[in-house]
Ligand binder design. Structure first.
Ligand code: TYM
Length: 328
């Protein structure tokens, strides 16, 4: 079958993945596998920009790839590998940095946010983070990049860098488009910030039913609804929003929304029902995860094979890039 194009995406090795990763990105990684030629990467070099616990990189990589496979990413269909195992990306990063204006980097909202988060560790790698990301995407000549909404500015940046490179050196690199899911921004348990592990406002996709129940019970609902007898507003309730995605019974979340508006159901009751549905929806992933866990070596074999296949594409791109740039 002729594939529609090349997909590339990456994620930092943050260990067990959360519902935001699943609904914003992994869902599309899986969905695109049949129609596209897919390359998925554990971006361990990117993780170095923020991570103090670098000794966790190995176990975090393992846990993340377990989640990927249990969600349906398939090494027979896609290349799955670790960024640092194909070091050509650092070479392309250096070359792309020469066509990157400093002002573009320091103005990016993601950079400003990191400066706020870690004022004592504003390193050069943090500023160059989007250049390394552009190098990831360009190295594998991806035209389609499944990501959550927070990564869209990085994709816009990548497109501009690719355009600048091509206008200077010829049409060598491919301009990529972001591909979002229907749920590109999942909010955390607090209902205020985007779901993320660093804010500890997440639910892991590998969580047990008990862990799910515990986490769901802490979720913030409609803040204006103080008593069970108050009518609620499901449109701004994160439990309702997530329940619509994971509900097991057609029409049930509409019923709940109606009842909520008339104080016919309480938040605690609704959370219990959501937690049950979520645990049930994630059960097949938990089961597949347990199977993969029985053979840890298999994960590392998959990543080694992925690096070999990714390296072939990388060599080809770098040959053309170096020639275009005029490196002797
Ligand atoms: P990272 O590791 O933060 O997240 C991995 C993917 O999960 C998505 N995501 C979310 N989507 C919706 N709602 C949320 N709450 C949520 N949290 C995370 C992210 O948008 C992302 O798609 N810079 C990237 C990694 C990267 C990359 C790349 C991505 C490096 N090189 C090249 C694409 C292409 C990052 O830190 O993602």
């Amino acid at each position: 079958m002729v594939k529609k194009g090349r997909v590339f995406s990456g994620a930092r090795p943050t260990g067990r993945q959360h519902l935001g990763n699943l609904l914003g990105a992994i869902q599309n990684y899986v969905a695109l596998q049949d129609e596209y030629d897919c390359v998925y990467c554990v971006v361990d070099l990117h993780a170095l920009t923020t991570l103090q616990d670098t000794h966790l990189l190995r176990s975090n990589t393992y846990e993340m790839v377990l989640d990927w496979l249990s969600a349906g990413m398939d090494p027979d269909k896609s290349i799955i590998f670790v960024q640092s195992h194909v070091p050509q990306v650092t070479e392309l990063h250096t070359i792309l940095s020469m066509v990157t204006p400093m002002g573009w980097l320091s103005r990016l909202p993601t950079f400003k946010e990191k400066v706020r988060q870690q004022p004592d560790n504003v390193n050069y790698g943090l500023l160059g983070y989007p250049v390394l990301m552009a190098a990831d995407i360009a190295l594998y000549r991806a035209d389609t990049v499944p990501v959550g909404e927070d990564q869209v500015p990085h994709l816009e940046f990548t497109r501009e860098i690719v355009r600048r490179f091509n206008s200077q050196f010829g049409q060598v690199l491919v301009e990529p488009q972001p591909k979002l899911t229907a749920t590109p921004r999942i909010m955390g348990l607090d209902g205020v910030h985007k779901m993320s592990k660093s804010l500890d406002n997440h639910i892991e996709i590998a969580a047990t039913p008990e862990e799910i129940q515990k986490r769901v019970m802490t979720m913030v609902t409609d803040p204006a609804r103080r008593y069970r007898s108050d009518p609620g507003n499901p449109d701004i309730c994160n439990v309702h929003i997530l329940h619509q995605i994971f509900s097991r019974t057609p029409g049930r979340t509409d019923e709940i929304a109606h009842a909520c508006r008339h104080a016919g159901i309480g938040c605690v009751e609704h959370k219990r029902e959501f937690a049950r549905d979520l645990a049930e929806a994630l059960a097949p992933l938990r089961e597949r995860r347990a199977e993969f866990e029985r053979d840890p070596d298999r994960i590392w074999d998959i990543l080694a094979d992925g690096a070999r296949r990714a390296g072939e594409i990388a060599d080809q791109t770098m040959g053309e890039v170096k020639e275009a740039v005029g490196l002797p």
